[in-house]
Design a protein around this ligand. Structure first.
Ligand SMILES: Nc1ncnc2c1ncn2[C@@H]1O[C@H](COP(=O)(O)OP(=O)(O)OP(=O)(O)O)[C@@H](O)[C@H]1O
Ligand SMILES: [Mg+2]
Length: 297
């Protein structure tokens, strides 16, 4: 039988040194990445992943080295958007797993790449019979491992595509205390703004720096004549930004070409940078870069 003295240490499991070594590994990886930015929204389906992928494309187009961590463990989509599936061979050695490489040389790590087949879901509960507390613990552990075990190499930017909701930002902040900031994304609908408003309040309370608010799918751009019209009813999200005291990054119009699959190994931004939506993405990137530059001055 182990005594209290045994358990007050690590009970012989060596767990403390394992945690310390994983933290060191994580730190070494993150030290090679200049800027880390998370893209999030309290609301699902507002375009977090699509915007993340296209912001990455714009940064890559400007000559930056970029990676995306797909932090949406249950509904990963970054691999799909960048043309990286679980058929891409994983390079695993003592130092961890090499990040995958998608369209425009963008590095990625996503749960999708680690699953056995394209239809395989992530099942947290099957073997563990877990309660929601356990699921949450398993998810945060998986996120830490995904970050610590991925060999990103040297990067200018790591973008983190967050799952819907405001919970996981606590984990990310804990794992990446030097996070440059978060970009909040909403669509113009009242419901979306109501939910995103809570996410902004939470981030403000936690002291998470907010780069600004993007209003996605704000207008519809006709691909034939480039005319713009409103897509949703609802007050302008600019008002929400000023109520919350955060920067309004701007509108990104709806463009049917954003949802086209990327078999060609490219992304909407790369092929349509002169479209209204392409220019809006570029302007978002300008704001993110300016925010980071101001912060480091
Ligand atoms: N500006 C846009 N123009 C056209 N389609 C868009 C635009 N933004 C996003 N979409 C489409 O909207 C759908 C939802 O986008 P996406 O998956 O990026 O949202 P999400 O916020 O990441 O969703 P989830 O909460 O499930 O992670 C996708 O079909 C995507 O192609
Ligand atoms: Mg998504």
């Amino acid at each position: 039988m182990k005594t209290y003295e045994d358990l007050a240490g690590d009970g012989g499991s060596n767990i403390i040194s394992q945690v310390v070594s994983q933290r060191e590994k994580l730190r070494n990886r993150l030290d090679k990445i200049k800027h880390k930015v998370a893209l999030m929204s309290g609301k699902g389906g507002v375009g977090k992943s699509s915007i993340t992928a296209n912001i990455a494309a714009c940064l890559a187009d400007r000559g930056h080295s970029v990676g995306i961590l797909d932090a949406d463990l249950n509904g990963p989509s970054i691999g799909h958007l960048l043309g990286v599936g679980n058929d891409q061979k994983l390079v695993i050695d003592d130092d961890g797993i090499d990040a995958g490489e998608g369209a425009m040389g963008i590095k990625i790590m996503s749960m999708d790449m680690l699953l056995s087949g394209p239809d395989t879901p992530v099942m947290w509960t099957e073997d563990a019979g877990a309660t929601s507390t356990w699921v949450s613990t398993m998810e945060s552990t998986a996120l830490r491992e995904l970050l610590a075990d991925t060999n990103w190499g040297e990067l200018d930017y790591l973008l983190i595509d967050m799952p819907p909701g405001s919970d996981r930002i606590d984990n990310i902040r804990d794992l990446i205390p030097e996070l440059a900031g978060v970009v909040e994304i909403t669509i113009p609908s009242q419901l979306s703004q109501h939910i995103v408003s809570k996410s902004i309040t939470k981030n403000n309370k936690m002291g998470v720096p907010i780069i600004g608010l993007i209003e996605n799918m704000a207008t519809y751009v006709c691909p034939h004549c480039d005319k713009e019209g409103k897509l949703f009813e609802g007050q302008d999200a600019e008002k929400l930004s000023s109520q919350k005291g955060i920067n309004y990054i701007g509108k990104i119009p709806f463009d049917t070409r954003v949802s086209r699959p990327t078999d060609s190994g490219t992304l909407f931004y790369a092929e349509n940078k002169d479209s209204i939506t392409g220019k809006a993405i570029a302007s978002t990137v300008d704001t993110i870069i300016k925010f980071i530059e101001n912060k480091s001055n």
